[in-house]
Design a protein around this ligand. Structure first.
Ligand SMILES: C[S@@+](CC[C@H](N)C(=O)[O-])C[C@H]1O[C@@H](n2cnc3c(N)ncnc32)[C@H](O)[C@@H]1O
Length: 336
């Protein structure tokens, strides 16, 4: 057991602060600046969606998951609860779980409670403060499980296999929330193949994937009436202003989230309401009125379409579950 988590366990029942994450390998300020400069320098300006998730961004995402119009979280959570017994029997005894994009660690509790003596849990997330809090809380609630948080960009070239290498148990990836939908086809295959390397041949992956459906349901989910998704989107500019000394005038950028049927994806954009020049960390970027920054893609899949993608990445299907309205799917896959 690592020191941080053993320290948390020792402190259970006291008022003392919990420990820091064991591994802090996330992007630093210079990485953030370079990626922002690169994205804003493109003809179609872009910003990577992974930078939505600072402390406030993670809280705003949690608020989104509670909205009536945002069906994915409650649908996936219900699916996991309904099928927890079957999932746990595939997972077997004493497994090590590795979660990619762990967030608030709500869904993993359903699995940890259903599983037979899980040995270790490695949550990976880019949102440092949020991961620390969530992992500390989980470690207190599940003192018999080793909780080994890793702050990192899971799509970076880090050797994630080595990070969980001190466990000899069967490895199972958990990738809920349809976060895979943030990646275009080739990047999604590469990311799933990386997960395949982490779990190894015969290792498994439980993944949540949002499905193609009536456009209105999709548009409502990403354009909620309370404006929380708009705040989440604009928080990227708030973060750039704060951390990189940017001077985005927030009131001049509005949230826009259309469904691109040709690409099968919801897109999130921030639209400039004026001709203006914005400075970020000493570099100027010129915007014309109506020009957008493309901040996120969220690809939607058919079941066969997703299983074909998973197969390209080296995973065979074991079982798929969907809700009765075919809104969302979860897939149990095995690495070849
Ligand atoms: C859509 S949320 C899903 C959260 C949670 N797993 C769920 O199912 O509700 C995406 C999560 O992945 C994290 N994330 C996004 N991009 C990431 C990246 N490139 N590397 C690591 N974590 C990332 C975010 O911080 C956030 O917690």
């Amino acid at each position: 057991m690592d020191n941080a988590v053993s320290e948390i366990i020792t402190k259970a029942g006291t008022d003392q602060a919990a420990a820091d994450p064991v591994q802090n390998l996330g992007p630093d300020l210079a990485d953030f600046r370079d990626e922002v400069w690169l994205g804003l320098g493109q003809a179609q300006k872009t910003l990577p969606s992974k930078f939505f998730y600072d402390e406030l961004g993670s809280k705003l995402f949690d608020e989104i998951t509670q909205l009536d119009q945002y069906y994915p979280t409650r649908t996936e959570t219900k699916l996991l609860g309904t099928h927890a017994g079957a999932i746990a029997s595939f997972m077997g005894t004493g497994a090590t779980l590795v979660e990619f994009g762990a967030g608030s660690l709500i869904k993993i509790r359903i699995l940890l409670e259903a599983m037979d003596r899980p040995q270790a849990f490695v949550p990976i997330d880019i949102s440092k403060e949020h991961l620390i809090l969530s992992a500390d809380q989980l470690a207190l609630e599940f003192p018999h499980i080793q909780v080994r948080p890793v702050v990192a960009d899971f799509a970076s070239a880090l050797d994630f296999g080595a990070l969980v290498a001190d466990s000899n148990s069967k490895r199972i990836g958990f990738f809920p929330g349809s976060t895979i939908g943030n990646f275009a086809h080739d990047a999604a295959v590469t990311l799933l193949a990386t997960i395949g390397e982490v779990v190894g041949s015969g290792g498994e992956l439980l993944i949540g994937v949002d499905l193609k459906k009536d456009n209105k349901i999709l548009l409502d989910a990403y354009n909620d009436s309370q404006g929380v998704t708009a705040d989440f989107n604009r928080n990227l500019l708030v973060r750039i202003n704060r951390e990189l000394g940017g001077n985005f005038d927030l009131g001049t950028f509005r949230h826009h989230a259309p469904y691109n049927a040709d690409e099968g994806r919801i897109e999130m954009h921030l639209v400039s309401g004026a001709d203006q020049t914005v400075n970020v960390a000493g570099k100027d970027f010129v915007f014309t009125e109506g020009e957008t920054i493309h901040t996120e893609n969220s690809y939607k899949y058919g079941i066969d379409e997703f299983l074909a993608l998973a197969s390209e990445a080296g995973f065979d299907p074991v079982q798929t579950w969907t809700d009765q309205d075919d809104l969302f799917s979860i897939h149990y896959l095995r690495a070849r």
